[in-house]
Structures are given as structure tokens and as C-alpha cells.
Ligand binder design. Structure first.
Ligand code: C5P
Length: 201
């Protein structure tokens, strides 16, 4: 039986960690839809037109190591503004969402546009400062040289682009359960998410 869990929210709010843990808990498959936009953004940086890249996207393109960099994140949010690019990526996401055995999809527009009929919807958020600190710590741990103010500016720029675009802007679905992770550790955030999904069943 198909059961879809939609998890949306801004960058570095904890969506990825929560989504993986929720998928593991329920034994569901997980799709990080940001990787689709990152894969297209990566190719745009290489000079390939974004729409061509979206049309040619293959599942194996989502495994690349170089999709997690700040440059690719910004490029992803630029290609994500283009309605035709978004349209190319819809079928793949919807098919994944309805696979037998259940699915968790995380992104920006899963509960609002991709799967408005999802059985459970979460909106995971945190203050821009907390999110920037987390991203800064991750980059430092990965050996990337950067400073906190630059990361905060990047987070704010991407938030503004994701929330301000005309097509599928980042916003909570009316029926999404909101989880603010600013003051929560990973275990507490995951526990809240699992409780919310369990109540939706
Ligand atoms: O989640 P992640 O940070 O990897 O997403 C990268 C970018 O991809 C986001 O800033 C956003 O612009 C775009 N995106 C989107 N819709 C989604 C997932 C990601 O527009 N469902």
C-alpha cells in the first residue's frame, strides 16, 4: 500500500536528517528532492542549459559527491525558479511518492505541489541563525574554508529566492504539522516527527 510522507522546509532546518530517520523508522524509501535540483544546477555551472539537463536527468546522477557544495546549492535554487525545469521533474517525484511500501520525500513543495494528497505532511524549520551555524559547522568539518557571516548571507539569499518565486514557492501546506528545530537536538526533532506521522496514520 502506498503511504506518502511529505517533509518540507528551508535549507539546513534538519529536513534531511529527520527524513532519513523517519524513513528508516517506518521502513519507507526516501527521496531527497533537493538532489534533483542540485544535479541540474551542477550541469548549468558546466554550461549545459538547465532545461536540457532536467530532461536528461537520470537517477544515477543523484549520487555525485560534488552536489553538496555551496556553489551547487545556489545554482540549484536558480534553476528551481524555472517553471519548465520544475515541470520536467514532477513525474519522477510523483511516481516515487506512490511506490508500494511507502515513501518519504523531502524538499520545498512536496506537501503543496508534488503530493498535496500525502497522508502525512511536516514543515521543518529553524531560525536563519541556527541554520547558518549548522551549515557552517558542517562545512568546517568537511574542511571547507568559509566564515559564518558568509554562510548566513547564503542561507538568507536562498530562503528569499525559494520563498519569493512565483512557481511552487517554499511555504507550509495548510495541513502540515510544523516542527521548529531551533532548540531541539536531533533525537528530539526525530521523535516529534515520528509522533506526528504516527498520529496521521
Ligand atoms: O534541499 P536542498 O538544499 O538540497 O535544495 C537545493 C535547492 O533546490 C533549494 O534551495 C531549492 O531552490 C531547490 N528545491 C526546490 N524544490 C524542492 C527541493 C529543492 O525548489 N522540492
Amino acid at each position: 500500500m502506498a503511504f506518502t510522507i511529505a517533509i518540507d522546509g528551508p535549507a539546513a532546518a534538519g529536513k534531511g536528517t529527520i527524513s532519513k530517520a523517519v524513513a528508516q523508522h517506518f521502513g519507507f524509501a526516501h527521496l531527497d528532492t533537493g538532489l534533483l535540483y542540485r544535479a541540474v544546477g551542477r550541469r548549468m555551472l558546466d554550461g549545459i542549459p538547465a532545461l536540457d539537463a532536467a530532461r536528461a536527468l537520470m537517477a544515477q546522477d543523484l549520487d555525485a559527491d560534488d552536489l553538496r557544495t555551496p556553489d551547487v546549492a545556489q545554482a540549484a535554487s536558480k534553476v528551481a525558479v524555472m517553471p519548465q525545469v520544475r515541470a520536467e521533474l514532477i513525474d519522477f517525484q510523483r511516481a516515487f511518492a506512490r511506490r508500494a511500501g511507502g515513501a518519504v520525500l523531502d524538499g520545498r513543495d512536496i506537501g503543496t505541489v508534488i503530493c498535496p494528497e500525502a497522508e502525512a505532511k511536516l514543515f521543518v524549520t529553524a531560525s536563519a541563525e541556527v541554520r547558518a551555524q549548522r551549515r557552517f559547522d558542517e562545512l568546517c568539518a568537511a574542511g571547507v574554508k568559509t566564515d559564518y557571516d558568509r554562510v548566513l548571507a547564503d542561507v538568507r539569499e536562498r530562503d528569499a529566492r525559494d520563498m519569493g518565486r512565483a512557481d511552487a514557492p517554499l511555504r507550509p501546506a495548510a495541513d502540515a504539522v510544523r516542527i521548529d528545530t531551533s532548540g531541539l537536538d536531533i533525537a528530539a526533532a526525530v521523535a516529534q516527527a515520528i509522533t506526528a506521522v504516527t498520529l496521521a496514520q
